[in-house]
Design a protein around this ligand. Sequence first.
Ligand SMILES: [Zn+2]
Length: 197
Amino acid sequence: MNKDVFIYRVDDTDTITSVSDNWGDFAEGNAWSGFLRPDDVVGRTLWDFIQDRETRHLYQELFKRARAGVPSRSIPFRCDSPSERRYLELLIVSLPDHQIEITSKILRTEPHSPMNLLKADTPRSKDYVTICSMCKKLKLAPEQWAEIEDGLVHLRLFEADEMPQLTHGLCQSCYQVALGELEILKTASKAIDNDKK
Ligand SMILES: [Zn+2]
C-alpha cells in the first residue's frame, strides 16, 4: 500500500471499524502516542480523535452529506507533524449501511524545523494560543494570523522553556473556505433531493 494514503472506516455511529495497515505511521506522525496500533483505535468513536469544535462540526457536516448521497469531492487540508508541513487531501465516501470511508492522502510535505509547540510531550505553561485547525496558522491578535514559524517568533516562543497550551479554531480564510465547501455541498444535496421528488 502507498505509505502516503491512510484509510479508515466508521460505522453508522461514527465508531472506527477498521484502519489501514500503515495506521501506526500516521498516528506517529501526528504524535498520537498511545494510539499506535490499530487495536488502540478500532472500536473507539472517531470524535475521540477530533476534539476541536470547528473541525468536528465540519466532519459531521461532510458525513451527513455523504450519507445523504452527495457525491464526494476531495478537500485539501493541512495536517502538520512536529517536523513536517503536510499537505493532504481528504475524501469522504459513503458505503452501505451508513458506513463512511475516509481517505487522507499526503500530496506533499515540506520539512520545517522541529516544532516543540506541536509535540505532545512538551511541557506547557498556563497560557493559551489558538492554532487554525486547517492551515496551522497561529492567532496573534483578533483577525491576525501568521504561519507557525512567524507566529513562534512573534509570540517569542522560541525563547520560552514551556510552550503554551493549544486551542483550536479556524482562521478567517479557512473559515471562508470551509463555508464555501459546505455551500457547494448544500447545493449539491438540494439538487439530489429535488431529483428524488
Ligand atoms: Zn487557517
